[in-house]
Design a protein. Structure first.
Length: 146
């Protein structure tokens, strides 16, 4: 059995009041949980921006190319690529990498579809478990294990 794992983090953050493309892109990436407090040099953001440029051009990039363009070590780039792949944002094409969609709107739509498939599956499993356990469907407003 082949299992595909995507770890997506969605963070509700207030959008910047002033409209500036870099701040809006940073907000977008932060909302997708792409940054951690350990990323002091915005290296993940820099990798993401290079991947966005590559998607616009329709040209996948190698980790060496990404490292050169972003001004980062290849090890740092590979670390972030691993996380971006795990989140389902980046695809591997041979030895190169590209965003899953060539624009941000489609990228979000793809993530949303992934999430809906996961929740549909969880709903079906929950229904089966409820039936096996003899649990009622009606919500009573109390905590189950409290």
């Amino acid at each position: 059995m082949i299992r595909e794992f995507h770890k997506v983090t969605i963070v509700k953050i207030r959008k910047p009041a002033q409209k500036q493309i870099n701040k809006d892109l940073q907000w977008f990436c932060e909302s997708l949980g792409l940054f951690s407090t350990r990323d002091k040099n915005s290296s993940c953001f820099r990798v993401f921006i290079e991947l966005l440029k590559a998607a616009k051009a329709g040209q996948p990039m190698s980790s060496d190319e990404l490292a050169y363009k972003a001004g980062l070590s290849r090890g740092t780039v590979v670390h972030h690529l691993t996380n971006l792949i795990a989140s389902g944002l980046v695809l591997v094409e041979g030895t190169k990498y590209i965003l899953r969609a060539n624009n941000l709107e489609d990228l979000i739509r793809e993530i949303k579809k992934d999430s809906e498939r996961v929740f549909d599956n969880l709903t079906n499993i929950a229904k089966e478990l409820d039936e096996e356990l003899g649990l009622e469907k009606e919500y009573r407003g109390r905590e189950m294990f409290g």
